[in-house]
Write a protein of this length. Structure first.
Length: 134
């Protein structure tokens, strides 16, 4: 059963990986680059400062930093605990991949980048929700 799940996982990965196209590769590399979100962070910092003041903003920044540290470490626990090779490190998949990233880590389980971003986004979203209702 586990072999069947791993086979489905590989098939799903290859399907999703090959949905991309060279036309969009540069765009997605830019969007996922860590510095591409700086304008968003500046706007969020300004909104938090405006609604909560400097002291509260500093506390919020410490809480966000702790959340990012926690989610990053949990990601590492899963990566080291399961030692699941990243697809770019599996020899029989290399020829089937669309590999556009600059580097490839040894193990992967779930994205540390996305878990860090999501924890900060949910927290800040919940903090600002009373002030910016849709």
């Amino acid at each position: 059963m586990i072999d069947q799940l791993l086979e489905y996982d590989t098939e799903l990965f290859l399907f999703l990986n090959n949905l991309g196209s060279p036309t969009w590769d540069s765009f997605w590399l830019f969007i996922t680059h860590k510095f591409a979100s700086i304008p968003l962070y500046v706007v969020l910092l300004y909104l938090m400062y405006k609604k909560f003041g400097l002291k509260s903003l500093l506390v919020i920044l410490v809480v966000v930093a702790l959340m990012i540290t926690f989610t990053d470490q949990i990601t590492n626990v899963f990566k080291r605990g399961f030692e699941r090779p990243r697809p770019c490190g599996v020899p029989n998949l290399v020829d089937e991949l669309r590999f556009i990233a600059v580097r490839c880590g040894k193990y992967g389980f779930f994205s540390g980048h996305s878990s860090n971003s999501m924890s900060a986004a949910v927290f800040i979203g919940l903090m600002l929700r009373p002030f910016y209702k849709t």
